[in-house]
Design a protein around this ligand. Structure first.
Ligand code: FE2
Length: 288
């Protein structure tokens, strides 16, 4: 189990209500999580991983689960409202227990499926960064970890596309997936990056974020972005450091490129952003 996290067990059952002390800052959250059995600690993890695609917004949704844990706890990264039924059917077919629906940021091009998932699967908690100022059940900050069984995702702040962008990175350790996997949202796309002209965007910040939080990961770390428009599915930190036509350049060149993209106004932004600020459930009375 990670050394950064103190877990206080309230019962000895597999599914228990724990209190978790998150490492930084020292905030105390009531948290539903999972026990770590001794056998799982000494065995390599076995990640169930699926990359799912939503074609209208070219969005990737990622399903991760710990197959060795008896309950097979799972999470979805960046679910889309239109494909929630597909995703939940897959979760069911694989015998997983979905516990979290998490977002890398407040999306401007599609409505998140997090809120819809919560109405369909009781007990699922939505997660987003505190810096996003959006509503969710749980808020994460840099240095926090999100657990599904014995597998965890480290939270790294990668602002610049939006103010609250986060990259989720699988844990560092022999008991975690190898190579590591970085879910970069729109901070780093394959041979590209998210635009920086809306939602508190800043090309200066994005350059620093990617270079300090993603390009410092091991070179074989797999890069899984929130979108792809050219048919790519996965890259590596090494490839993007070498071949990303924007972020492989020096900072001034990068800022210049971003300033001169001449992109049109995002067609979904006026619908998607207000909705995603409330977990994708703007039209529905929710408990947020
Ligand atoms: Fe985005």
């Amino acid at each position: 189990m990670a050394t950064e996290l103190e877990i206080h067990f309230s019962t000895s059952s597999s599914f228990s209500n724990f209190s978790i002390l998150l490492p930084k800052p020292n905030i105390f959250l009531p948290f539903k999580s999972y026990t770590t059995s001794f056998s799982a600690q000494i065995m390599p993890c076995k990640l169930i991983f699926r990359q799912l695609f939503e074609k209208e917004s070219s969005t990737y949704t990622y399903l991760l689960a710990d197959s060795l844990h008896p309950d097979k706890p799972a999470l979805l990264i960046d679910p889309v409202d239109r494909t929630v039924d597909r995703d939940l059917a897959l979760v069911k077919e694989l015998g997983l227990k979905l516990i979290y629906a998490i977002n890398t940021h407040v999306h401007a091009d599609h409505v998140t499926g997090s809120g819809l998932i919560k109405t369909k699967v009781p007990g699922v908690k939505s997660i987003i960064s505190k810096a996003s100022n959006a509503k969710a059940d749980l808020f994460v900050e840099p240095g926090d970890n999100i657990y599904i069984g014995d597998i965890h995702l480290e939270v790294r702040a990668t602002p610049g596309h939006t103010l609250g962008c986060i990259t989720y990175v699988t844990g560092d350790g022999v008991d975690q997936p190898q190579p590591r996997m970085a879910f970069t949202g729109d901070a780093l796309l394959i041979r590209g990056c998210g635009r920086t002209d809306f939602q508190g965007g800043s090309s200066d910040k994005l350059y620093d974020s990617v270079h300090s939080q993603i390009f410092t990961l091991p070179k074989d770390t797999l890069v899984y972005p929130a979108h792809d428009y050219k048919g790519f599915t996965v890259s590596t930190v090494w490839e993007e450091m070498l071949y990303n036509p924007r972020l492989s350049k020096d900072k001034e060149t990068f800022k210049n490129i971003m300033q001169n993209l001449n992109l049109s106004y995002p067609k979904m932004i006026d619908i998607a952003v207000p909705s995603n600020m409330v977990c994708g459930l703007q039209e529905t009375k929710s408990d947020f």
